[in-house]
Design a protein around this ligand. Sequence first.
Ligand SMILES: [Zn+2]
Ligand SMILES: [Zn+2]
Ligand SMILES: [Zn+2]
Length: 368
Amino acid sequence: MIDLYNFTIKFLRHNGAIAEEKNGALEAVFPADLAKTLKTDEYSDIVFSPDEKNGELMSFDSDLFKKLPKVFNEKGKFSAIKVPSPHIHIDKLKKRITDKIIFQNAVFSAGENEEKAISYLLAFFKFTAFSDERREGVMSILLNEFNLSSARFGLEQLDDLTEIFERPLKNTKKMDNEKILNALCAAPKAIAREELEDFIQSANRRLNRDTKRIHEYYRTLIAETLQFIEKKSLGQKEKANSLNKIQAIETELRWKTDDLITKYNIDIRIDPISFIRIETVAPIFWLTIKRRKLTRLFPLTYNPLLKNFDNLPCESCFNPGNIHWVCDDKAHIICDKCFKTCPKCAKNYCGACHKNRCPKCGFIDNDY
Ligand SMILES: [Zn+2]
Ligand SMILES: [Zn+2]
Ligand SMILES: [Zn+2]
């Protein structure tokens, strides 16, 4: 991954500035437009340490850095690159398919293979989780636009891509945009939850701790009131008052518990940052999937970026995974989580066909 110093040099030169390296700092001459956009002098020194006083500071928190998106404008949001097709031994690869793909409830065979111009969308998202605390981060997803397989994609893997910008390929095969967008909206949710696992667990721990505390406190109050009723020989009116008091305590306990749940509830916001379409020619292996009387052809793709087969997609949540079920109605491929068991009548059903509503008893599973 390119560091901020080298990024700044590239960025300035790309935008028409002169940038000379000088002892870990930069002597820069900005074109008038760029100086104006960045609100800097046309002749400026740029320094990279807050201890350096003579120059404008460039760090991830600096004002100068925060002005850079103005220069990118819309330019950085979408780009396309071409990645050369890999040199691979098709027969060897084909033998590995049976190790790679396992269906829990269906069989398959690998038939024809071919090379196809296909594309991937490398999408970057920012996630922000709000609870009583706040956490944010950036995640990236590589979505196969031909069969909607998805994979996590580490930022460090970008290095392989930075040098290969070229004119885009023509006639790549991909799903229609609506399906791609649908997959792209669904996939980040679960990935953000994975990234935020410790944050979510910590909020749950605090919720449990606080709930336990207030329960203990109010239960003690109730026990004391009961003891009071038992010990003293109270008149009817006094007894009724004490029982009312217990009811009031119980109501307050419910309110406090609800307040805690609201306090530690986690909202996750996901904002798209940028997209890179990666066009390539990849080997495709056509799988014939059989589930009861249904058969379905599905293209298994070899991913030239990850140098491995793509996982089959879950056609409900579009998250990367390697446990696959096949649904009875349309032979959808679905993951363990989306091959659901109804909590009420225990029927298994497909999340892609029925979302979260059991087709047998109509129960809506809001936990999903
Ligand atoms: Zn799923
Ligand atoms: Zn049901
Ligand atoms: Zn289905």
